[in-house]
Design a protein around this ligand. Structure first.
Ligand code: ADE
Length: 229
């Protein structure tokens, strides 16, 4: 998979992309992640990429010119057909189902904007899908792009050490994950449930399923409703 990110702050990505699973996945060529600075496509020597909104109002709006030029440049960097995503709080809410869907793509182009938003012609002209990572407003799309990259890359075959470990994740079956324990058997008077020490794999699987259901009912009943995916 190839992921291109268009951003005004490529340096924000250095640490998350340079650590842990995202680092290993790139080293193993499971994913190639390329960052392109939208400001390099500004038309003037001040590297201006935003301007005041027509009709008045607070803040600055991303101008279409630099974003279009940057996008057209990036598109040519690889022959693979891409799915284009605009990060914005107005988008459809990102979830595990969307992460799984995106992990099947050969190429993603993520566009992260700063300031008060994008000129509407960017969304229309690039025919971009809008995605939000939650109902709150971030200072820009960079952190949202990183969340999407993280959630998508861990689903690529071979990205996790243990092939099975993303299958049991919370949400992967529409339920929260069951409780996990590791050593020691007793910690500050809290004991690991006997069933997990029994060696009876069928019983353990049944217990875990039950726990997943109970936790989901108690903590995230919304996930059990039909309209949740
Ligand atoms: N940009 C600003 N806020 C955002 C959000 N919640 N999701 C995606 N992109 C954003």
């Amino acid at each position: 998979m190839r992921i291109d990110v268009l951003t005004l702050f490529p340096r924000m990505f250095e640490s998350p992309l340079g650590c842990s699973i995202l680092k290993r996945a790139q080293e193993a060529s499971l994913v190639e992640i390329a960052l392109t600075d939208i400001r390099d496509f500004a038309a003037d020597s001040y590297r201006k990429v935003d301007d005041k909104p027509y009709g008045g109002g607070p803040g600055m709006v991303m101008m279409p010119g630099p974003v279009f030029d940057c996008f057209e440049h990036v598109q040519k960097l690889s022959p693979e057909k891409s799915r284009t995503i605009l990060l914005t709080p107005q988008g459809k809410r990102f979830d595990q189902k969307k992460a799984a869907e995106l992990s099947k793509e050969k190429r993603l182009i993520l566009i992260a904007g700063k300031y008060e938003g994008f000129d509407e012609r960017i969304r229309i002209g690039l025919d971009a899908e809008q995605i939000s990572i939650g109902d709150y407003v971030l200072n820009g799309g960079e952190l949202a792009a990183m969340v999407i990259i993280d959630a998508v890359v861990r689903l690529l075959p071979g990205a996790l050490g243990d092939e099975d470990s993303s299958k049991d994740d919370s949400f992967s079956e529409g339920l929260l994950e069951y409780p996990q324990y590791t050593r020691p058997e007793t910690f500050r008077d809290m004991k690991v449930p006997d069933i997990l020490l029994s060696g009876d794999h069928a019983k353990i699987a049944e217990w875990r399923r039950q726990q997943s259901l109970e936790r989901t009912k108690k903590w995230r009943p919304d996930l059990l409703k039909d309209d949740n995916g």
